[in-house]
Design a protein around this ligand. Sequence first.
Ligand code: ZN
Length: 262
Amino acid sequence: MQDDTFHDAVIDRDPATGLSSDPATGHPRPPRREFKARGSFVSRCEGCNLPVLNCLCPYRVTAESEAKVWLLTHPLEHYKPTNTGRLIVDLLSDTEVFTWYRTVPDERLLALLVDERYAPFVIFPDDQPDYADRVVDMEAVTAAKEGNRTPVFIILDGTWRQARRIFRKSPYLDRLPVLPLATPRLTRYRLRKPASAEHLCTAEVAIELLRQAGDGEAAELLDDYFDAFNDSYAASRRHEKIEAPTAAMRRLLARREGEREA
Ligand SMILES: [Zn+2]
């Protein structure tokens, strides 16, 4: 969840039709000015979608976690190369991604929400009184595990305003427990300007949730992968090539070496 200051090469089109349309109404609309935002003409790696100058592919690792992440992604967020939800998908292969449309809920998501194997939690701040009776904490996650259910963090992937809209306009989320993320962490995300340092991006939210839920190794690896993404992308924007890998990058390279030998 991030502030919407930068529209970095937003491709604001319907993936099915290729038409530019208003996601709320489905009505066609003229191409937005942001369509030619900076970054549109940068040569990008096909593997990681980052500028080729500092490609992320050498640092991609995989991990396992007990808790799972399902992303409910705003349609405008999917095509932003600065989106960090995809970092979670890269690392944890059983991460689910659903595109949010206000009027058309994803059938597969609806089915998974009533699947007894899972204990889904909507990640959202507890700052409004009208859903206070649904707010839980990490103890509920622990209790789910003890009951042999897989805890699932449903992260609303978009700007803060989009996330609030998803939370308010999705009746199928109304019966789920709401888990606010309590963390002293301040954002390290450098690719969009946050309204507040306390506003974490999607990957950072997942990192802190996994850490608190007991998936420490996955959290550390995702944190390193996020740092590598952040540093690589920021350097490319300055047109600088990273010559010496950062500490996080070196740890990821060592992990990959281990994965190859295993
Ligand atoms: Zn790449």
